[in-house]
Design a protein around this ligand. Structure first.
Ligand code: FAD
Length: 394
């Protein structure tokens, strides 16, 4: 292999380049980044960067020292697998191996994209555009009570902005958590002084206001849309590469795509998990850090399976929320402490084994739980319920 092209210079793309060098690849590495900025980390964008506590979150990576040819402002626009070429905004680029790491793009609210005062929160440019909104304490309407909406609302309240969060579902984090757990989170918004309206859809965004489906008109100095993200794979159209039903690159358990010599990592790719018996599409930081090591090893001739225990965290309303594993509605939910209290966890058991765990202000539960999930350990339900007893094997 003489040349590896990595499309996308976010966490997954940058980690791929680093791992290739760590694992001894001597050849050429070309890292394409559509954005003009030095590659940066995204989680701080809804936290320190937004609050102005940090100016940026650029990775401390010496690309020149690693002999990585970093091409900023260069976008992959098409893939021609027969020619082994990526068509970029700077022209055709041949590759021997290609790693697809183009991440995800936020879902926009129909009819609102590009309207003045309507913001997304995915990129450094987005965060920079929102800083003056917070500094001026504008009245903000947040659309979506998911992870991004909650973190943005947290920062906006800390900055003293009046905040209304509009959520179409009946409770926050409806896509990921059942009402028993998520309903008490309503109190987090209240305590922070943010108004949360659930079961309400946005009908229209107009200059200076948001109109809800019941006719209510909310004043909005700014609107922040946080209604999810989808894989940034539009550029692969017509290439013949297999995508899944979410338009993620359909990787196999070794992070190989359906086309020879092409791998996929991070937010843009799904992979089959034997651990969970289903295909996973993970939009969290840890997956963008872990996947690239396996993809790089396999690209260099290895044979490693990628089947992680997924992990992520969120910082919202003064709480540290962590989740490890993966659960479905069919798994048995066991509470460990009282949701609504300051610190509690929830375990999901599948056939008696720990499948997933959510910890709010209980990092030790998370650390112990993560190891138990990895081992497929069986847990005693009564012991799990006792928050004073450390999580351990039955
Ligand atoms: P991305 O970070 O999306 O990077 C992909 C890169 O590819 C981008 O820089 C993009 O510009 C570039 N690109 C796209 N298309 C092309 C193209 N055609 N050609 C060239 N380049 C292209 N996760 C957590 O676990 N905890 C958190 O607290 C957390 N907070 C977050 C806060 C925010 C505001 C956001 C947006 C995300 C957060 N995440 C968090 C999720 C985490 O940041 C992502 O999972 C992670 O960034 C995924 O990395 P990635 O490299 O796969 O994709």
């Amino acid at each position: 292999v003489a040349r590896v092209v990595v499309a996308g210079a976010g966490m997954a793309g940058v980690q791929t380049a680093i791992c290739l060098r760590d694992q001894g690849f001597p050849g050429e590495i070309i890292l394409l980044g559509a954005e003009p900025h030095q590659p940066y980390d995204r989680p701080p964008l809804s936290k320190a960067v937004l609050l102005g506590a940090a100016d940026g979150s650029a990775f401390e990576v010496d690309f020149a020292g690693l002999r990585v040819d970093l091409r900023l402002g260069s976008r992959a626009e098409a893939l021609r697998p027969a020619e082994r070429e990526v068509i970029t905004s700077d022209g055709p680029l041949p590759y021997d191996r290609l790693v697809i790491a183009t991440g995800a793009e936020p879902v926009t609210l129909p009819g609102s994209a590009g309207l003045p005062g309507v913001h997304l929160l995915r990129t450094l440019d987005d965060a920079n555009a929102l800083r003056p909104v917070l500094a001026a304490r504008h009245e903000v309407v947040v659309v979506g009570a998911g992870w991004i909406g909650a973190e943005f609302a947290t920062a906006a309240r800390e900055s003293g902005c009046p905040v209304t969060v509009v959520e179409a579902a009946d409770h926050p984090l409806a896509g990921v958590l059942p009402p028993e757990i998520a309903e008490p989170m309503r109190g987090w918004y209240e305590a922070a002084g943010a108004r949360l309206l659930t079961g309400t859809a946005v009908a229209a965004v107009e200059p200076g206001s948001v109109v809800l489906s019941d006719g209510t008109r909310l004043t909005a100095g700014a609107v922040v849309v946080g209604i999810g993200a989808h894989p940034a794979t539009g550029w692969l159209a017509g290439s013949g590469i297999a995508l899944d039903e979410h338009h993620a690159v359909r990787a196999d358990d070794r992070l190989r795509t359906s086309l020879p010599g092409i791998y996929a990592v991070g937010d843009c790719a799904s992979f089959p998990s034997a651990r969970y018996g289903e295909r996973l599409l993970i939009h969290h930081w840890d997956n963008a850090v872990q996947g690239p090591r396996v993809a790089a090893a396999n690209l260099l001739g290895g044979d490693e399976v990628y089947d992680p225990v997924p992990y992520f965290w969120s910082e919202q309303f003064g709480r540290f929320v962590q989740y490890a594993g993966h659960h479905t509605a069919a798994d048995r939910m066991v509470l460990r402490g009282e949701p609504g209290g300051p610190a509690w966890s929830v375990c999901w058991l599948r056939d008696g084994a720990l499948a997933a765990l959510l910890a709010v202000g209980r990092p030790r539960d998370l650390a112990q739980g993560r190891k138990l999930i990895e081992r497929g350990a069986l847990l005693d339900e009564t012991a799990v319920r006792d928050a004073a007893v450390p999580l351990k094997n039955a």
